[in-house]
Design a protein around this ligand. Sequence first.
Ligand SMILES: NC(=O)c1ccc[n+]([C@@H]2O[C@H](COP(=O)([O-])OP(=O)(O)OC[C@H]3O[C@@H](n4cnc5c(N)ncnc54)[C@H](OP(=O)(O)O)[C@@H]3O)[C@@H](O)[C@H]2O)c1
Length: 419
Amino acid sequence: MSKLMIVGCGGVASVAIHKCCQNSEVFDEILIASRTKSKCDALKEKLAPNTKTKISTACVNADDMRDVASLIKAWEPDAVLNVALPYQDLTVMDACLEAGVHYIDTANYEPEDTEDPRWREIYEERCKRLGFTAYFDYSWQWDYQDKFKKAGLTALLGSGFDPGVTSVYAAYAQKHYFDEIHTIDILDCNGGDHGYPFATNFNPEVNLREVSAPGSYWEDGRWVEIPAMSIKREYDFPQVGMKDMYLLHHEEIESLAKNIPGVKRIRFFMTFGQSYLTHMKCLENVGMLRTDPVDFNGQKIVPIQFLKELLPDPASLGPRTVGKTNIGCIFTGVKDGKEKTLYIYNVCDHQECYKEVGSQAVSYTTGVPAMIGSMLVLQGLWRKPGVYNVEEFDPDPYMDALNKWGLPWVVCANPKLVD
Ligand SMILES: NC(=O)c1ccc[n+]([C@@H]2O[C@H](COP(=O)([O-])OP(=O)(O)OC[C@H]3O[C@@H](n4cnc5c(N)ncnc54)[C@H](OP(=O)(O)O)[C@@H]3O)[C@@H](O)[C@H]2O)c1
């Protein structure tokens, strides 16, 4: 008998909620709580006739810790799944501590206002100390370790696909295939086509911030930072084909460097078409990716937020996106004294996802693992007091659940490596 409160009702949340409703044995009751209650109500109306899961809805301001905490106290869930935006991670974590419930999310904290002087001071010190300049990093949430330990509560960080499934693949490779992993290349390929000249597959603001930031990778115990999109490779992805991919900074590099002993290099590559890159560069050059407020006709507007209003809603891409995603990890290392290479990946078809839950594969590949992480916490299989990334738990039940709930994986020996 478990109750889950879900914060946010966007593209990822919608898939996670569909999946909770398919899994009523675990999720007896869910509360969908988001800024725009009408979206929560519409989803409830769609799902309620075909599920045993009891669905409630509420309006919540996730930027306000007290608002979230009082809703948790009133509804009394066992855990909160935060699938709003990374800006709200800390307020939702604080609310979980205040109300005494477990916490799960899919993306690490970043501030909405990157000009906030208090945040900026800590950020600039971190840039110097760690050597990467992305706005998001785990230090803010890892700092909650003692608070969650003392409260006897679990905070599970990053249970999406990347981070999330890719990190569980690493834990699984470590447990079953290697004595020591030496390199990890995480390859995120979206071979889908939505037919628009330019659109992002998840929240445009978060997505564009991520991909316009300098790239970086982990090598020999330190970060190496490079200009955005300056390392390009080609890879022939199973079931998708040959694609250009670019090295990006990505949050799971930070946690895997800490949690996979002996790893010497971790890189993250994402595929982009030339049209996407040209649009993004142009938007950046004219200032549309700025995250600080500017004056416009006597009003303050944040250019990237205004741009979000103009771009297609990622949730609307489902019916028009065709093709497949392929996301996975290539590992090199040693087993029983012999060198070894391995590729673990998932292929997901946009139209199959749309048929099942009404969303494209990028939301699907994040929403399914968000449900799985929540399920394992609720079942007590992944529960220990403190703040943990997904690779710090036993990967086996998560890997079994991926096969069961729509994201089957393939293990391939001796893959082509990325140079
Ligand atoms: N790990 C991964 O693989 C992965 C991949 C993709 C995305 N993600 C993460 O998943 C999360 C959700 O992404 P998405 O694409 O679903 O975003 P989205 O479609 O923009 O949905 C965000 C939802 O959060 C709600 N929200 C925003 N601010 C809020 C506030 N202050 N109070 C209450 N609700 C608020 C929004 O409400 P409105 O409806 O009113 O706007 C919306 O329903 C993000 O953190 C993203 O970084 C992770």
